[in-house]
Design a binder for this molecule. Structure first.
Ligand SMILES: CC(C)(COP(=O)(O)OP(=O)(O)OC[C@H]1O[C@@H](n2cnc3c(N)ncnc32)[C@H](O)[C@@H]1OP(=O)(O)O)[C@@H](O)C(=O)NCCC(=O)NCCS
Length: 227
């Protein structure tokens, strides 16, 4: 199976239309061992997005590691679902599934959707997550992902901003990561976020086998570039 996040794929067109729709109330929370709901939702997103997904068990094991963090980014806004008023059979579905199953509604406004889907209001919606490790002054991003229907709305950037603040607290001066060579979207995202390519590691990945691009980003922790 090929990685699914290549840039400009046709299936991303609907997502691109959502660009610049603001998610007003993004909130980042640290996932703890007792937050089973989020752990299950992250594992479900993993399965949807990655060819080599982390299982719920891997996620729970990671939460046992004191040098690891899992942060989720959530919204408590009603999702932009126009289906409740226009196609009652979709009324209980999320915005994501509505958009994918009823493309004829995709161009309607978020405002009307939110007002007609009150059953979703207040229920936290998982927009994305990041999983990272850190030891002394170095950190490594193991995973970062945004749910397909919330991409290009600054979700992953918000996670990196929070990681920057965490770097200051923990005196982390360098972040490392590896990314599948075919994952052009992620490579664009990382470059746009200040990461530079360090090299290529041959056959780094399994399922499917693939080379990795190694990237890193220095963080100035002296205080000079703090927001
Ligand atoms: C990579 C990923 C996390 C980016 O998440 P996102 O929330 O959509 O990213 P943002 O909206 O914060 O984008 C920030 C910037 O990254 C760049 N970028 C993001 N997606 C891009 C794309 N498809 N094409 C080109 N540039 C892109 C842009 O510069 C963008 O800024 P802009 O929208 O103002 O132009 C997301 O595409 C994803 O989940 N991919 C699948 C999982 C994955 O491959 N993760 C990385 C490996 S662990």
């Amino acid at each position: 199976m090929e990685p699914r996040s290549n840039i400009e794929k046709p299936k991303d067109r609907k997502v691109k239309r959502q660009k610049n729709q603001k998610i007003e109330d993004m909130e980042i929370i640290e996932i703890k061992k007792d937050q089973q709901q989020y752990i299950s939702e992250i594992a479900a997103l993993e399965s949807d997005i990655f060819p080599d997904p982390w299982s719920e068990k891997s996620i729970r094991d990671t939460l046992e590691n004191p040098q690891a963090r899992i942060w989720a980014i959530i919204s408590r806004q009603a999702p932009p679902c126009s289906c409740a008023s226009t196609a009652t059979e979709h009324a209980s579905e999320t915005a994501a599934s509505c958009a994918s199953t009823a493309p004829e509604h995709a161009s309607e406004t978020a405002a009307s959707c939110a007002s007609t889907a009150p059953e979703h209001a207040g229920k936290p919606q998982l927009l994305g997550y990041v999983i990272f490790y850190y030891v002394l002054d170095e950190g490594e991003i193991a995973r970062i992902a945004t749910s397909p229907q919330h991409r290009r709305q600054g979700v992953a950037v918000r996670l990196l901003e929070k990681m920057r603040a965490f770097s200051y607290e923990q005196n982390i001066t360098r972040w490392l990561l590896d990314v599948r060579i075919s994952n052009e979207t992620a490579i664009h995202f990382y470059k746009a976020s200040g990461f530079a390519k360090d090299g290529v590691r041959k056959n780094f990945y399994a399922n499917p086998p693939e080379d990795a691009i190694l990237m890193s980003c220095e963080v100035e922790t002296s205080g000079s570039d703090r927001a």
